[in-house]
Design a binder for this molecule. Structure first.
Ligand code: UDP
Ligand code: MG
Length: 309
């Protein structure tokens, strides 16, 4: 018998925990047919509601249900990493607790593993139910990201993935602190089959993402998987040096030919503020990388466990 580990990161998902279990169990006959044993790991990411109690109640009824509870909110990426670390399965799948990753897709996904793929990933083809402005920026982000990073990051990719053990081990070997999972999946490679599905709206509760959080997350993604902004900063420096050089020549010639009464301070101020703006911007880019490096160097644990079942 093979073991399938299901990893479910949960943050304030009390209404969804039991419902998710029910939906997953609708595949029971499929699991049986394929001789798959099950292990369900709910990773509680420091929820402030009754998520932990809900999982404990499930554990009482079904000992295949396990809980890993964090000491505080560490973020979904940490939850995924913890789930991977604790999972023992030959196959591992991770899905959101809010049922935005339909468990009904599992049989189809599994069939691709049998065909020989190492991992099966999902992407949503529509962004139904999402504010248009957010979809627009999300699309822009993926376009930019794929231009400046060698790692492929697929637009609309969800974190819903089914993979074989070697892929999980590869991901676990990446112990970085700033974890941008979508990039990590692309980075490790392996044969990946992509399947598409229509966006499903969240069952209960609210999304943990707002525009600002997504913006910060996108910067996280860029710094984690591309150093292009640094090259861009250097390029800006070169361009401005070149412009300054031309300007110097123009001014010298002007002075020699026409003489130069004092004047032109508005243009001077404009140039000064433009250039200092560019300088601060570039310094910010460098600072961004520096701060990420700082966090990596500290080697803090990615998550801390308070309780485990
Ligand atoms: N999640 C988590 N920690 C967090 C935020 C979210 O474990 O700090 C979980 C959440 O419970 C859910 C999944 O990550 O199972 C996806 O979160 P959400 O539905 O808010 O994101 P969206 O589906 O809108 O991208
Ligand atoms: Mg969701």
């Amino acid at each position: 018998m093979a073991l399938l580990s299901v990893i479910v990161p949960c943050y304030n998902e009390e209404e969804n925990v039991a419902y998710f279990y029910q939906e997953l169990m609708k595949n029971a006959s499929f699991f049986q047919e394929k001789n798959l044993e099950l292990e369900i790991l709910y990773v509680d990411d420091g929820s402030k509601d009754k998520t932990v109690e809900e999982v404990c109640a499930l554990h009482e009824k079904d000992e295949r249900v396990h809980l890993i509870s964090f000491s505080r909110n560490f973020g979904k990426e940490a939850g995924i990493y913890a789930g991977f670390q604790k999972s023992k399965g030959d196959y591992v799948v991770m899905m959101d607790a809010d049922l935005q990753d339909p468990p009904s897709l599992l049989p189809e996904m599994f069939s691709y593993l049998e065909e020989g793929y190492d991992s099966v990933a999902t992407r949503r083809v529509t962004r139904k139910g999402e504010p248009p402005i957010r979809s627009f920026f999300a699309r822009m982000f993926y376009k930019l990201m794929n231009k400046i990073s060698k790692t492929e990051i697929v637009d609309g990719a969800r974190d819903y993935r089914l993979m074989k053990r070697p892929v999980v081990d590869a991901i676990l070997s990446m112990t970085e602190y700033n974890r941008f999972t979508k990039g990590i999946f692309g980075w490790v490679g392996f044969e990946t089959k992509w399947i598409e599905f229509e966006n499903v709206e969240r069952l209960h509760g609210e999304t943990k993402w707002n525009f600002w959080k997504l913006f910060l997350y996108s910067i996280e993604g860029i710094t984690a998987f591309s150093t292009a902004p640094l090259a861009f900063a250097a390029l800006m420096g070169v361009v401005f040096c070149f412009l300054a050089f031309i300007l110097i020549i123009v001014i010298i010639v002007k002075t020699l030919v026409w003489g130069d009464p004092v004047g032109g301070w508005p243009s001077m101020i404009c140039i000064l503020s433009l250039v200092s703006g560019v300088q601060l911007f570039c310094l910010g880019i460098v600072g961004q990388y520096l701060s990420k490096t700082y966090m990596e160097v500290k080697k803090r644990p990615i998550y801390l466990v308070k309780e485990e079942l």
